[in-house]
Ligand binder design. Structure first.
Ligand SMILES: Cc1cc2nc3c(=O)[nH]c(=O)nc-3n(C[C@H](O)[C@H](O)[C@H](O)COP(=O)(O)OP(=O)(O)OC[C@H]3O[C@@H](n4cnc5c(N)ncnc54)[C@H](O)[C@@H]3O)c2cc1C
Length: 383
């Protein structure tokens, strides 16, 4: 289907993954007309094996979008941060930070299905099998073309899930994530573990009656580890995690490349990038989609204000104001994640002791712990 070039939509969105769908709902809440174009079929997200930890702040945004109620989720009451082979650990608890939970664990496919139902309820247009290949920004509109024809909008929002070629600033950590569900003899009691090991971080998130595991592995080893028979996989996990839990069973594994990719500026002439298309983060601190939701909330607010004032949603001053409003939080989330991966990513033994002392100090200084928890829950609003 083709949009008439003479009648540009206020906003067209390239990519109907979680970020694109959330943006469409946020714009709808602001009374802004938009349409999503996705290269794949609308049901493709049902295969997403990822498990996400979303913060209390992200829950508030999803509630505002009308998508939270339907999502099965497991609350995180406590986060235990430690490093293998060294003393020192820190505990973050929901009670201490006056929130019902530090975060919520949910399946990406349930999130996608809930966003999709909310989109259907709001009658937002979703054009499946419509890959967008080119965009030509002009004076008062941006024209675009793809597998299903051509269209035009005042603003084109890219939520296509990646950053290609020259545009990407990148840092490679030489790591992949192997993800799967595991069970242990012990109940999870809504506790999440973040354990830093010389081979990379191990995250265990409470999910239903099991754990969602994110096992970071060196690049060359991830395919072999993912393909291990269950008993050998569990033995390797036990060895890396330690004996605080006794693992019993493991589900099917999936592998994801890890690294930092970002666009220096998330805006250009009549174009804006959100979600993984703006920045793709290492999942160590579970910041990726949380940050995307905060970007989306601000973008919809900026565009909504412009349209209500009879302005142009793709005007340079609207996009510059959006980028300015998001600069601190965006840099903070990328820097925080990058520092965690690199500081806890290995190094000499004495450095391990220093990190252990840091974790212990963090545990003993409530304001520092409070800052860390609030940074993870609310982004730059933690300041
Ligand atoms: C192992 C792992 C664990 C994670 N854990 C967490 C976590 O705990 N907490 C958290 O907040 N985040 C986490 N993340 C990050 C989170 O998964 C991402 O931030 C989120 O899924 C990104 O969604 P997106 O919509 O930007 O991209 P995607 O889900 O990749 O969606 C992009 C969409 O764009 C479409 N598309 C692509 N190109 C085109 C085109 N040219 N035209 C039209 N459509 C196109 C695709 O078909 C797709 O549907 C994790 C990531 C990984 C890998």
């Amino acid at each position: 289907m083709t949009v008439a070039l003479a009648d540009p939509l206020p906003v067209a969105i390239v990519g109907g993954g979680p970020a694109g769908m959330a943006l469409a709902l946020a714009l709808h809440r602001q009374g802004i007309r938009c349409a999503i174009h996705d290269a794949r079929s609308r049901r493709a997200g049902a295969d997403d094996p990822r498990v996400l930890a979303l913060s209390h702040g992200a829950r508030q945004i999803l509630e505002w979008l009308g998508a939270w109620r339907d999502i099965p989720h497991t609350p995180i009451a406590t986060i235990h941060v430690s490093q293998a082979g060294h003393l020192g650990r820190t505990l973050l608890t929901a009670g201490e930070h006056a929130v019902p939970a530090l975060g919520y664990v949910l399946a990406a496919r349930d999130l996608i299905a809930a966003l999709d139902r909310a989109l259907e309820g709001a009658a937002v247009e979703y054009r499946e099998n419509s890959r967008i290949d080119t965009a030509r920004p002009g004076e008062d509109r941006v024209e675009f073309e793809g597998s299903a024809g051509a269209g035009a909008a005042r603003l084109l929002a890219f939520a296509e899930g990646g950053i290609a070629g020259e545009e990407a600033r990148r840092r490679d950590y030489g790591q992949h994530a192997v993800i799967c569900r595991v069970t242990s003899r012990e109940a999870h009691r809504n506790l999440a573990f973040e354990r830093f090991t010389p081979a990379g971080p191990v995250a265990l998130l409470p999910m239903g009656n099991a754990w969602a595991l994110v096992l970071t592995c060196p690049d060359g080893d991830s395919a072999r580890i993912a393909a291990l028979p269950d008993a050998e996989f569990l033995a390797l996990l036990q060895c890396r995690f330690g004996h605080r839990l006794r693992f019993e069973a493991a589900g099917p594994r999936a592998v994801f490349p890890l690294g930092l990719r970002y666009r220096e500026a998330p805006v250009a002439a009549r174009q804006v990038w959100v979600g993984n298309a703006a920045q793709t983060l290492h999942p160590v601190a579970g910041q990726g989609f949380n940050l995307a939701l905060r970007d989306i909330w601000q973008l919809a607010d900026s565009v909504g204000s412009a349209v209500r004032a009879a302005g142009d949603p793709g005007a340079p001053e609207v996009l510059a104001a959006y980028a300015g409003a998001r600069r601190l939080d965006r840099r903070g989330a990328m820097g925080f994640t990058d520092v965690l991966v690199r500081v806890f990513g290995g190094g000499a033994r004495w450095f391990g002791h220093a990190r252990g002392a840091g974790l212990l100090a963090l545990d003993l200084v409530p304001p520092a712990r409070d800052f860390l928890a609030r940074r993870m829950m609310f982004g730059a609003r933690a300041w």
